[in-house]
Design a binder for this molecule. Structure first.
Ligand code: ADE
Ligand code: ZN
Length: 349
């Protein structure tokens, strides 16, 4: 007998929490200094006998109210002051990898900002040795593969960036790409054209933050002058339809960071985030965590909150998960292997 039950759409019964947890993930936009949790900050301050203006984890978390990118960067660079030794950079990086493993991250392409540390007298190789040894141990013990991306601080001069590149080139076997971060507005990609030319001549790939707070023109400059393979953030591209068309045609990935964008007031709420529009436009969008210790969530939390806020369907999640590997600097064969693993999770969902 027909019981007349109303068919429940698949999407409504889907357990997104379980699905998102199960997705094999790649993280392509992660500042290692932005994974410094308040607990570790306090521990390192004590270990290194450094005074910080906070006495407790709660006090630190309370300070994380930002009005824009700069208000965050001021606190973020101050927090990084507790990082002093190779062991500190190792501990920071390994702690991140353990969190990433819990989110089923299989591959990471992480940023580090050497100038934040060399400016304070910490030698470049102390920073690089600590981070890269943790990445190697993480690959062996947690099975997370990696690429390391050196970012230049764009609020500093091009000459300073060039000197940093000079210091980095002898270590280039451990680096895969260079990037550009920090205060965007007033520091266009064009300022770093020669630095990025030299990095590419040395065999490094290039990426850049652009179109986070800065205008679409900065995205064009990053493409034309810095010859980037990916745009970090890029959310303001929607203001320029011709640019969107180009990004779609060239399939230039955007490493979007939803929770970061809300914390830094690029969007007032997650419901207002343009990620679904970016996907609808045919852009190669990926989901990432940026500075998770400061923005309230690692990659799994970014996926979950943005899915809920924008009511993303299963197909969109699958596209986002696949895009992360397609947009990575892994080999074709490795990308295909990871995409097969992504598809297997969705096939059995
Ligand atoms: N450095 C760390 N996080 C950043 C962001 N979201 N934008 C620019 N520079 C950064
Ligand atoms: Zn970033």
């Amino acid at each position: 007998m027909f019981r007349g039950s109303i068919p429940v759409p698949h999407e409504k019964t889907m357990d997104f929490t379980e699905l998102i947890k199960a997705i094999p993930k790649a993280e392509l936009h992660l500042h290692i200094e932005g994974t410094l949790e308040p607990e570790l900050m306090l521990q390192l301050a004590e270990r290194n006998d450094i005074r910080i203006p906070y006495d407790s984890v709660e006090e630190i978390r309370k300070a994380y109210e930002f009005t824009d990118l700069q208000s965050f960067l001021d606190i973020y660079y101050a927090g990084a002051g507790v990082l002093q030794t190779r062991q500190d950079f190792y501990d920071l990086t390994y702690a991140y990898l353990e969190r990433a493993a819990a989110d089923n991250v299989r591959h990471v392409e992480i940023f580090f900002d050497p100038q934040t540390h060399t400016e304070r007298g910490i030698p470049f190789d102390v920073v690089l040795d600590g981070i890269s040894s943790a990445l190697n141990v993480g690959e062996a013990q947690l099975g997370i593969t990696f690429r390391l991306i050196l970012c230049f601080l764009r609020h500093l001069s091009a000459a300073d960036a060039m000197a940093t590149l000079d210091e980095a080139i002898p270590h280039k076997a451990r680096l895969h790409a260079v990037g550009l971060d920090s205060s965007e507005v007033g520091h266009p990609p064009a300022k770093f054209t020669r630095v990025f030319d030299r990095a590419r001549e040395a065999g490094l790939l290039t990426v850049a933050h652009a179109g986070e707070e800065g205008p679409p023109e900065y995205i064009r400059e990053a493409l034309d002058l810095l010859k980037v393979r990916r745009i970090d953030h890029g959310v303001r591209c929607l203001e320029d339809p011709a640019l969107v068309e180009r990004l779609v045609n060239e399939q230039i990935p955007l490493t979007v960071c939803p929770l970061s964008n809300v914390k830094l007031r690029v969007f007032d709420t997650l419901e207002q985030h343009n990620l679904a529009k970016l996907l609808d436009a045919g852009l190669c969008v990926t989901v990432n965590s940026d500075d998770p210790a400061y923005f309230g969530g690692y990659i799994g939390e970014n996926f979950l909150q943005v899915q809920q806020a924008l009511r993303l369907d299963v197909e969109s999640l699958q596209t986002l998960a696949r895009n992360a590997f397609t947009a990575s600097f892994l080999s074709r064969a490795e990308i295909e292997r990871h995409i097969d693993a992504v598809d297997a999770v969705f096939d059995s969902a």
